[in-house]
Design a protein around this ligand. Sequence first.
Ligand SMILES: Cc1cc2nc3c(=O)[nH]c(=O)nc-3n(C[C@H](O)[C@H](O)[C@H](O)COP(=O)(O)OP(=O)(O)OC[C@H]3O[C@@H](n4cnc5c(N)ncnc54)[C@H](O)[C@@H]3O)c2cc1C
Ligand SMILES: Cc1cc2nc3c(=O)[nH]c(=O)nc-3n(C[C@H](O)[C@H](O)[C@H](O)COP(=O)(O)O)c2cc1C
Length: 763
Amino acid sequence: MRIACLGGGPAGLYFAIAMKRRQPNHEIVVVERNRPYDTFGWGVVLSDETLANLNLSDPESADAIRRAFVYWDDILVFYRGSVTRSSGHGFCGIGRKRLLNILQDRARSLGVTLQFETEFESAADYRAYDLVVAADGANSKIRSTLAHVFKPDIDVRACKYIWLGTRQRFQDAFTFIFEETEHGWIWAHAYQFEPDTATFIVECSEATWRRFGFDTMSQEETLASCERIFARNLGGHRLATNARHLSGSAWLNFRRVQCKTWSHENIVLMGDAAATAHFSVGSGTKLALESAIALAEYLHTEPTMAAAFGRYEEERRTEVLRLQSAARNSTEWFEHIERYLHLDPVQFNYSLLTRSQRISHENLRARDKTWLESAEMWFEEQATKERPRQSRPPMFTPFHLRDLRLKNRVVVSPMAQYRAVDGTPTDWHLVHYAERAKGGAGLVMTEMTCVSPEGRISPGCAGLYAPEHEAAWKRIADFVHAETDAKIGMQLGHSGPKGSTQLGWEAADAPLAQDNWQVIGPSPVRWSEGSQVPREMTRADMDMVRDEFVRAASMAARAGFDLLELHCAHGYLLSAFISPLTNQRCDAYGGSLENRMRFPLEIYHAVRAVWAPTRPISVRISANDWVGAEGITPEDAVEIACLLRDAGVDIINVSAGQTSTRARPVYGRMFQTPFSDRIRNETGIATMAVGNIYEPDHVNSILMAGRADLCCLARPHLADPYWTLHAAAQLGYRGETWPKPYLQGRDQLHRLASRSDAPAMKV
Ligand SMILES: Cc1cc2nc3c(=O)[nH]c(=O)nc-3n(C[C@H](O)[C@H](O)[C@H](O)COP(=O)(O)OP(=O)(O)OC[C@H]3O[C@@H](n4cnc5c(N)ncnc54)[C@H](O)[C@@H]3O)c2cc1C
Ligand SMILES: Cc1cc2nc3c(=O)[nH]c(=O)nc-3n(C[C@H](O)[C@H](O)[C@H](O)COP(=O)(O)O)c2cc1C
């Protein structure tokens, strides 16, 4: 095959090597504008895993790369006068120039033609070749000239960064330096890549960058300013740039590249030309090298070039998306760093280390047990206000709200059971809630309990509008208090436009086959095509609903509930007032967010007046309508949280979605937690996180990083009422209380869990 690799970076060179290794007869030319010893940038980071892949593909170059590596194990964080060191992270760095020279030598020795100092313009000039590999980096010309085919999506990120180098030694640690200056925060990512040279990437927000005047500085002035800012860590060494070919000051914005397709006829995109990953997760070179290996393999195993391209794209795209998702979390963490700058150094460090969500709590324990335990001790001290003698996993620390003390941070999330009869909870409810209270969670929330018959979602929904409801709920609350040390919270709601529908496991959100009741809402906006159009509420309706909430709250207080939650999420009545998608009123209750919050806040104040001041109130919100700027955005959610906080709400239960059939949620592990993180750290109010949190490790990382105060788990508690006790056994924590009649079961579980082959003990 005659192959042209357009671009002599890691992707182009390594692809040439991988092809030649498989078939020495291939005729390959690598075309590169630079000279062999020119390069932009300084060092790159590779993992052991990538090195193992390189070793399988071409042991000779892998060996040379390994010999050139500088290894380091620690991460060092300089922040607010403190220095935090954690270990076990295992990185290796290599100079980009060194890496390219190794690959160039190897390619040449395999018979690849390297054509330097040659600028290419378009793939059309390489028609004579059987295969054209566009490996020309993030700003790929080949991709641009065929943009109508590849359809690139380029997201220019917010921070400004500059890639510098220094002779200062950061020998034993990947080093983050955060400096507060008169112009704002600015930080450096520094790592050794040769015995006497380190990469030193400086980054800051665009606002800080402008206040410094970096936008008008020459490269020399930029270097001098950065040397002054980071003087404490540079030990008198200079900073240097090797991007003198770039005009201006060489500051950049990271460009996240994705492409709709990666191939066209005989042209294929590779490396940064196809997709980029933010440098803060250090995986760009890894992606480039691994993609090169994959395509070379498929071109020799698939029957046709088209089939090889198909497989390459399918398999590499998944890997790329996974990394880009982690990289997005990491990029956003730095972009929103102001959110975290109030954190204690311990928590700041933890938040930094876990920012991509690729490293979990137990992962950190495996890397550096001593450091993690010291962080847990810190968390313990915050939770108990006492000097701890030993640490425990954060999920088992207590939490206080007003006079309520929860024994741990796990919450059974509200879950409709559809088993009530005319609103009255039945024995099903007693057994269901009792089991979950026995199962170890600190707080058990009831399902959405409706304040009136018309406020029910379905005929099976529980209510709190008649004396028999109060009695039935009291029986449940009494059991929980008498037999367990869990607390129980009542979620009150009104279905609004989503009322009069079938049971959860029948046609979801669809009207009843018969006996529908009229539904109400802020505006006559129906949930879906087949749904009823709600009657627009009058002021008299609003008074009536407010009084129903007050009646229900009084009943909940008498029934002995420890916490009250107002359901202002998921498209039900109060949520419908908040979202502009469902609230199109022209009066004082519609229009601005402040107006749309007026009725929910009215309900809150009315309910607060009858709820004991010693007991907390939570509000559950949908922090994202998932329809973009037309609906509630995470930014709006911060404003909503501020209004609720100022009204005296104790905690926000941060859910999302279920407010529009047009919603396009982005699911994943802990996918709603970023909204909780944002609200908690931007407004200072306590939060509960919810949504696909299903492992003890998730709960511990969320709490320890300060992304929430409590974690709600719904479906995991349907599958396992004893989720918390099982989690304790799995983590080797023995401090949770079991019901006395079950102690022998506990002992056996603990014995089994402590066996060396039990999965939990490996963590
Ligand atoms: C600040 C920063 C830090 C980074 N840190 C890391 C890290 O720690 N670890 C990591 O793995 N990755 C890191 N990367 C990413 C890494 O550099 C790239 O992901 C990787 O180099 C991609 O390889 P590539 O071959 O696809 O593209 P490139 O390395 O960009 O190579 C493309 C080549 O094509 C040539 N070229 C482009 N257009 C033309 C043309 N028209 N004519 C002739 N030649 C052309 C260029 O000169 C270049 O040599 C970092 C990137 C940045 C910006
Ligand atoms: C069967 C079921 C019923 C639910 N009912 C309610 C409810 O009554 N009130 C509420 O706020 N959320 C309700 N939810 C949403 C959950 O509380 C939770 O937010 C959601 O399931 C995401 O958490 P998970 O990933 O842990 O399941 C329900 C969820 C399920 C699975």
